[in-house]
Design a protein around this ligand. Structure first.
Ligand SMILES: Cc1cc2nc3c(=O)[nH]c(=O)nc-3n(C[C@H](O)[C@H](O)[C@H](O)COP(=O)(O)OP(=O)(O)OC[C@H]3O[C@@H](n4cnc5c(N)ncnc54)[C@H](O)[C@@H]3O)c2cc1C
Ligand SMILES: *[C@@H]1O[C@H](CO)[C@@H](O)[C@H](O)[C@H]1NC(C)=O
Ligand SMILES: *[C@@H]1O[C@H](CO)[C@@H](O)[C@H](O)[C@H]1NC(C)=O
Ligand SMILES: *[C@@H]1O[C@H](CO)[C@@H](O)[C@H](O)[C@H]1NC(C)=O
Ligand SMILES: *[C@@H]1O[C@H](CO)[C@@H](O)[C@H](O)[C@H]1NC(C)=O
Ligand SMILES: *[C@@H]1O[C@H](CO)[C@@H](O)[C@H](O)[C@H]1NC(C)=O
Ligand SMILES: *[C@@H]1O[C@H](CO)[C@@H](O)[C@H](O)[C@H]1NC(C)=O
Ligand SMILES: *[C@@H]1O[C@H](CO)[C@@H](O)[C@H](O)[C@H]1NC(C)=O
Length: 561
């Protein structure tokens, strides 16, 4: 809990804190210990923190060094974001980072540690009342708000320099309801799970499995299911058969910026429900919990293949993936594929059918002396713990992902297939960016018309192609800008061959052109009207979100122009 003295000291140091000291004190008192002051994650390693001499704390520094690239370490600490560039102010180069490739590299703490974009104050949200108080405080004093769950966002939407952060990670409830009726409704859904906004997929998957259920969810253990994932769309490698996250959510409980704690489902606040199903996080309110439809536990066919790249063996492989993907789509396959690898799953086929289905690609990989595993696993949990948790997608590194939804049309003609293959080869040859193919669109799923607000381009697509760019902890602003430019150029290559398609709100270009259309297609005007209805003062705002104030707003001073 913050003492009155520490609030006074912090406010005195904080040039961006608009509220008066009395306002902060009253706010702190009202939260009974849930308002916290914080410094950057790596501060214990630095002798100068925010312009003041500081005592290096070897024990706490060692803990940060050990956990720096671990998602589980970062996800339970407010000041840590998965991609540390978002902890910095990129434009001013104020930061407090370690070298992720060698966290004991002393070059890091030769620089002063600066607060960057990390909020000086955050609320560890425990109830709707906490959020109501924060909205009231923001409306009264003008202090900006940001919302963070896991800190996975690739576009920096869970951070904002000088903001008061609402950290939802501690909302960790989990409840299985065999027969669920949305509040105010008359329809019963079998097998649902209701969970707090802070619950990471690893906990949700374990809980579902313990109840003999499957949750259709994302490919990382610490992404939160009720946060940016579902509100932005939420793809899963089970989505081809079972739909996106937005297709499976039955109800949200949400505090809207007007201060009302609401239930949003198909029967009440249905406009808000629609907006939360694809309109994006941090826009319409703070979600407290959500209820998802589960599936029974199911067997999965799993294929994992990879080979060592030579200068000539990945081009035919990419062509093969393009050639086979339409058929695989009709058979229910989802997965992630790259220039020399794939991990695909299928809930519909038998093992024999899976082996037959993948025959050509398996032959190709074996001919490259690569490895091919095709196996049946008893459950999603068995798959996830074997293939995803152990692989530990890299975090703690400077990293940006961009992508584009690739229409099914391209896979149904020779010309389309050639164009698509050549574009991926160009990504590699011209920019050194490897295509990261997500087979996670709702290809076989029968959606209810206009039940969700994601761009309809999702429903016409078979793939999402992504690409990563990275840079170093000590890269200069101009080096970062070069990488982001490469990412934009790669996205443009894909836009050029997919006119009329769109991009995934969570995984589009940081500088998405025409982002309203790209992320939401014809749904944007209705989303904007709903935003204005529930957030008339625009207390919430984020980068390229519905109702965005634009790059010129003070909130975006840390983004590179
Ligand atoms: C390693 C990795 C793997 C990924 N895998 C997948 C995948 O398989 N499928 C997929 O679709 N996406 C995936 N993503 C992308 C992911 O969906 C986005 O990064 C998403 O923004 C994460 O949401 P979060 O709430 O966990 O993160 P955060 O960064 O904490 O928040 C993301 C956004 O949601 C807002 N938000 C969070 N909680 C709330 C709340 N309770 N109420 C209102 N707003 C809130 C934040 O303000 C921010 O705008 C992955 C990302 C990473 C880094
Ligand atoms: C900070 O430390 C330096 C070097 O140890 C010292 O010269 C300086 O006076 C200190 N400043 C403050 C404000 O304590
Ligand atoms: C899950 O299924 C197993 C095997 O059918 C059964 O023994 C167990 O009771 C079930 N558990 C729950 C929580 O339903
Ligand atoms: C879809 O539903 C939303 C929310 O109810 C509504 O505002 C919008 O007009 C609908 N769009 C279409 C095309 O029917
Ligand atoms: C695969 O391994 C065999 C035996 O070592 C070798 O003869 C062959 O050239 C290799 N093929 C490729 C494509 O590397
Ligand atoms: C979609 O609907 C069709 C026609 O009713 C049905 O055959 C098919 O099984 C459904 N697909 C899924 C994935 O449920
Ligand atoms: C950045 O850090 C790396 C790794 O320690 C080092 O090799 C490089 O010289 C540094 N670059 C700058 C600009 O300091
Ligand atoms: C991006 O594309 C533009 C326009 O084609 C080109 O001028 C620029 O050099 C490219 N930038 C990078 C970093 O590749």
């Amino acid at each position: 809990m913050l003492s009155n003295l520490s609030v006074l000291l912090l406010v005195a140091q904080s040039t961006l804190a608009l509220p008066s000291v009395q306002d902060w004190l009253a706010f702190s008192d009202s939260l009974e210990g849930r308002l916290h002051a914080t410094v950057p994650l790596s501060a214990p390693c630095f002798p100068i923190v925010n312009g003041r001499n500081s005592t290096v704390d070897p024990e706490r520094c060692a803990a940060v060094q050990a956990g720096y690239t671990q998602a589980d370490f970062r996800s339970v600490r407010y000041p840590a974001y998965m991609f540390p560039q978002w902890e910095t102010c990129q434009r001013t180069e104020e930061k407090c980072l370690l070298d992720p490739s060698d966290t004991s590299n002393p070059l890091a703490w030769a620089l002063p540690c600066q607060q960057g974009s990390v909020s000086k104050f955050y609320v560890a949200v425990s109830s709707p009342e906490d959020v109501q108080k924060a909205f009231k405080f923001s409306a009264k004093t003008g202090v900006r708000l940001s919302i963070k769950a896991s800190g996975h966002d690739y576009k920096g939407r869970s951070v904002s320099k000088g903001s008061l952060n609402l950290w939802t990670r501690k909302l960790d409830s989990l409840l299985y309801t065999p027969n669920f009726t949305p509040e105010g409704g008359n329809k019963v859904y079998k097998n649902t799970i209701t969970f707090g906004a802070g619950v990471p997929f690893e906990d949700l998957y374990r809980f579902a499995d313990e109840n003999n259920l499957t949750i259709v969810g994302g490919y990382h253990q610490t992404v939160t299911a009720s946060g940016g994932w579902v509100m932005g769309g939420g793809h899963s490698i089970l989505s081809p058969v079972f739909g996106l996250g937005v297709d499976r959510v039955l109800q949200f409980k949400v505090v809207t910026p007007d201060g009302v704690h609401r239930v949003a489902n198909s029967f009440q606040n249905s406009d808000l429900f629609w907006a939360l199903r694809g309109g994006g996080g941090s826009t319409f309110g703070v979600v407290m919990e959500s209820t998802f439809l589960a599936e029974p536990r199911m067997k999965l066919q799993v294929a994992s293949m990879s080979f060592t790249r030579t200068s000539t063996n990945y081009q035919p492989f990419l062509r093969l993936l393009v050639d086979e993907s339409y058929k695989w789509g009709t058979e229910g396959w989802g997965g992630h594929m790259g220039a020399t690898n794939l991990i695909n799953v299928n809930p519909l086929l038998t093992l024999d059918q899976a082996v037959e289905s993948l025959k050509h690609v398996a032959e190709y990989v074996r001919a490259q002396n690569g490895t091919v595993v095709i196996e049946e696993l008893p459950s999603w949990q068995a798959f996830f713990t074997k293939y995803v948790t152990t692989a530990q997608a890299s975090v703690g590194t400077e990293n940006e992902l961009v992508g584009r939804l690739i229409p099914t049309d391209l896979f149904t003609s020779e010309e389309g297939k050639t164009t698509l293959t050549n574009t991926m080869l160009q990504m590699i040859a011209q920019y050194g960016v490897n295509p990261y193919i997500v087979v996670g669109t709702p290809f076989l799923f029968n959606e209810t018309v206009n039940a969700t607000s994601v761009t309809p381009a999702w429903r016409r697509a078979l793939w999402q192609i992504g690409g990563h760019v990275t840079w170093n902890f000590n890269s200069s602003t101009s080096e970062i800008r070069d990488q982001l430019k490469i990412a934009s150029n790669v996205t443009q290559l894909m836009r050029d061959i997919t006119p009329g398609s769109g991009a995934y709100f969570n995984e589009g270009d940081l500088y998405e052109t025409d982002h309203e259309v790209s992320f939401w297609g014809p749904n944007y005007p209705a989303l904007l009207a709903i935003k204005k209805k529930y957030d008339p003062q625009s207390l919430l705002d984020c980068w390229q979100c519905v109702g965005w104030r634009g790059a010129g707003d003070v909130r975006y001073d840390c983004y590179l122009p």
